[in-house]
Design a protein around this ligand. Structure first.
Ligand code: FES
Ligand code: FE2
Length: 352
């Protein structure tokens, strides 16, 4: 019940040290990640074909990976190239290789058919190694199905309540006004103006209240590329609530990715920041502290929600006009599941 033909974020570049092997679980597939001598990331199935020991407990030998149970050695393409004490290597001695791309600090892995992997279809996030930007990044694990986290990111009305003391402080408009939602090929574009919002800290120099243009693309499986642009109060009216063409006072970048590990575990990757010219390291620290406090609020409520769903999985939820984004996205997930030949309308609908 997983969409396989998709790029998933497997981790951050800095997590993968040369000579080390990292274990990851993505859509219930165990993966072993390591770097070749030239730095290129290799992703192999984390299950030795001999007796199923994890290759992530193995040893990197130049470009190859040796299983440290009985010593079979695998090349970066997954082929077994050595069996200790045996000359003949059977055709069936290989582990699956997954296409991987490292870009700007993010490691992406393609979980589907190898021939369909198109690096060009990887969403364009801020490159964390680009000196033009000052970004901080981190991650947290959820005991919840990934679609519950996607729901949360597709309906920012929760900022006024779940984050009433952090991101949504004194901002009832998040819940009171509906965004514009546009379909994308593998996701949704969600946009809205929030007029006359209280200016925080350093932004007070532009007035007590500012207009915010909040726009994001949300792409399967949970890639969230948010841009929040701050304008002088009155800009939204002047733009007739359309997308602004003029340069903002301040532009903030939030790039995130939700990766399903299993049906009840997900990893949430997030990066936040601004152009280096617009933010200093102290301010970025403060911004990031608020972001992390808010994400812990999300985690607490979503994990509690997951527990209640599991107590009574057949119980129907009550749809409201707040749910337009989550509902449309789940429909898209269903289409992708059907395209991948995977069964189960119940899977998407009930986060099963
Ligand atoms: S399990 Fe890997 S070599 Fe035996
Ligand atoms: Fe949130």
């Amino acid at each position: 019940m997983w969409v396989r033909n998709a790029w998933y974020v497997a981790g951050w570049s800095h997590e993968l040290e040369p000579g080390k092997v990292a274990a990851r679980l993505v859509i219930e597939q165990p993966l072993a990640l390591y770097r070749k001598t030239d730095g290129e990331v290799v992703v192999l199935e984390d299950r030795c074909c001999h007796r199923f020991a994890p290759l992530s407990m193995g040893r990197v030998e130049q470009d190859d990976l040796r299983c440290m149970y009985h010593g079979l050695k695998f090349a970066p393409d997954g082929r077994c190239v050595e069996i200790p004490g045996q000359k003949l290597i059977p055709q069936s001695a290989f582990v699956r290789r997954y296409p991987a791309v490292e870009r700007g600090g993010w490691i992406w892995v393609w979980m589907g058919e190898e021939a369909l992997a198109q690096p060009a279809s990887i969403p364009d996030s801020v490159r964390l190694d680009d000196p033009a930007y000052r970004m901080r990044s981190s991650q947290m694990d959820y005991a919840a199905h990934y679609l519950l986290i996607d729901d949360n990111l597709l309906d920012l009305s929760h900022l006024s309540f779940a984050h009433e003391k952090t991101l949504g402080l004194d901002m009832p408009q998040w819940a009171d006004e509906r965004p514009r939602i546009l379909p994308l090929e593998r996701g949704l574009r969600v946009q809205r103006w929030l007029r006359g919002q209280p200016a925080r800290s350093f932004m007070k120099r532009w007035g007590e209240a500012l207009d915010l243009w909040n726009s994001y693309d949300f792409l399967f499986p949970g890639i969230f590329l948010l841009r929040t642009a701050f304008y002088p109060a009155g800009t939204a009216e002047r733009c007739k609530l359309a997308a602004p063409a003029e340069a903002p006072l301040f532009l903030r970048y939030d790039d995130q990715a939700v990766t399903p590990m299993s049906h009840r575990t997900s990893r949430y990757f997030y990066a936040a920041g601004a152009r280096s010219a617009d933010i200093d390291p102290d301010r970025l620290d403060r911004l990031f502290a608020t972001v992390e406090a808010a994400f812990n609020e999300d985690k607490a409520i979503i994990e509690a929600q997951q527990k209640l769903i599991d107590l009574d999985p057949a119980r129907r939820m009550l749809p409201t006009s707040l749910d337009a984004g989550p509902t449309q996205f789940r429909r898209l997930v269903q289409t992708l599941l059907e395209r991948d030949g995977e069964p189960g309308p119940a899977a998407a609908a009930r986060a099963g």
